[in-house]
Write a protein that binds this ligand. Structure first.
Ligand SMILES: O=P(O)(O)OC[C@H]1O[C@H](O[C@H]2O[C@H](CO)[C@@H](O)[C@H](O)[C@H]2O)[C@H](O)[C@@H](O)[C@@H]1O
Length: 371
């Protein structure tokens, strides 16, 4: 990836306007009205009152919140007595996005003689989704599995969390960390041991650095406006901010959407995307987890797509950017962690973090036997 032509920060108002008109991938929910009259509702030139635009934005956001947040009722369907495989829709989906465990032989057959690099999302992938984001700890057995992976393969964590926070959870120095959805990348010197370019120092890459004061400001405003909503919480992830609504009564979701919209009106260079019961506020820059993976591959000396197989495992919409990059590079593949059928750019699937651990352990066993 060549960044020599400039930074990913978008300064051209037309380019920002295009993003707001829906040029971004579908998971991106542009949210601010541009001074030039762009709206995510209809694009340039559509004359609607400001109030109507606000309604469209709030309703759009609310729809996204509802559709992207399968509530606990789904856990009943896919609870212990009712495994996803027993659901006909899930079985049909598995035919399109097969289990990475069931396809393991095929996966490693394609990796013979090549170098595998492993990229791991954190929440929902290495730790189960829990109600309290501060309690999303990683189990000791999962940590051991990730440590072993990092011993045998170049490996990185790519998370929406702040880099500091995700490191506190993972507690392993052997990996690279890309926090804030890839906007805060630290390559580990230990990771270079896997590479041809030995002896390189750890490096820091922060393409959205100039947004730091703005993110702090918006984080404070979001905290203030949502403080009266029971169950809502705001997490400052350094280069992006999460507004959690998992513990908010569904009748108050509209209020959350409305308040976030109101705050974002004062920040035209920020946008909001939605994840698993979370609204993620971040800079409008041309950077995402996919770009972060490309950056890491290049900086770790692993960009030779003929001989390197990157594997990216993640559960969230933001991980789709990474799946897409691997699909487009035609090397390596994404693995989606999901208990429900989803549209995805991933080639394979795993049901939950326990299957992720099984897959990681299988990779390590295979590597040990293939040397
Ligand atoms: O890219 P990720 O590592 O998957 O981070 C995405 C968001 O993950 C966290 O929120 C999610 O997990 C929480 C704990 O299980 C859960 O309570 C929340 O509902 C989920 O959305 C994290 O707290 C967010 O800041 C990240 O953006």
């Amino acid at each position: 990836m060549d960044l020599s032509n400039g930074s990913p920060v978008i300064t051209d108002p037309m380019a920002m306007g295009q993003q707001l008109m829906g040029v971004l991938p579908s998971n991106m929910m542009p949210f601010s009205v541009m001074p030039g009259g762009y709206s995510s509702a209809g694009g340039a030139g559509v004359s609607v009152s400001r109030r109507k635009i606000e309604e469209v934005l709030v309703n759009g956001l609310l729809d996204a919140m509802r559709s992207s947040s399968p509530r606990k009722k789904h856990n009943v369907v896919f609870g212990q007595e009712n495994l996803p495989e027993e659901d006909p829709a899930y079985s049909a989906w598995l035919a399109k996005c097969p289990s990475a465990l069931a396809s393991f032989k095929q996966i490693v057959a394609g990796a013979q003689g090549k170098k595998i690099a492993v990229f791991l999302d954190y929440d929902g992938t290495l730790s189960p989704i829990v109600d309290d984001p501060d309690k999303a700890v990683m189990s000791p057995v999962m940590r051991a599995a990730v440590r072993n992976v990092a011993k045998h393969f170049p490996a990185a964590i790519v998370s929406g969390r702040s880099r500091k926070k995700v490191l506190e959870f993972v507690k392993l120095k052997e990996l690279c960390y890309a926090g804030s959805h890839g906007m805060d990348i630290m390559t580990s010197s230990a990771n270079y041991e896997h590479n041809t370019e030995k002896g390189k120092e750890a490096n820091l890459f922060q393409p959205a650095r100039e947004f730091l004061p703005m993110i702090d400001e918006v984080s404070k405003s979001l905290l203030e406006v949502t403080s009266g909503i029971e169950g809502a919480s705001v997490e400052n992830n350094k280069f992006c901010v999460s507004v959690h609504y998992r513990n908010v009564d569904e009748k108050d979701w509209e209020l959350v959407a409305r308040l976030v919209n109101e705050v974002l009106e004062g920040f035209p260079r920020l946008k909001v995307t939605n994840g698993r019961m979370v609204l993620e506020v971040r800079p409008v820059i041309d950077w995402d987890k996919g770009k972060a993976v490309e950056f890491l591959l290049q900086s770790l000396g692993l960009s030779d797509s003929e001989n390197v197989i990157p594997i990216y495992i993640g559960d969230d919409r933001t991980d789709e950017d990474a799946f897409k990059v691997l699909r487009e590079r035609n090397c390596g593949f994404g693995i989606l962690v999901s208990q429900v059928p989803k549209e995805t750019e991933a080639f394979y699937s795993l049901r939950d973090p326990s299957e992720v651990m099984e897959f990681l352990n299988s990779l390590v066993r295979w590597k040990k036997h293939s040397v």
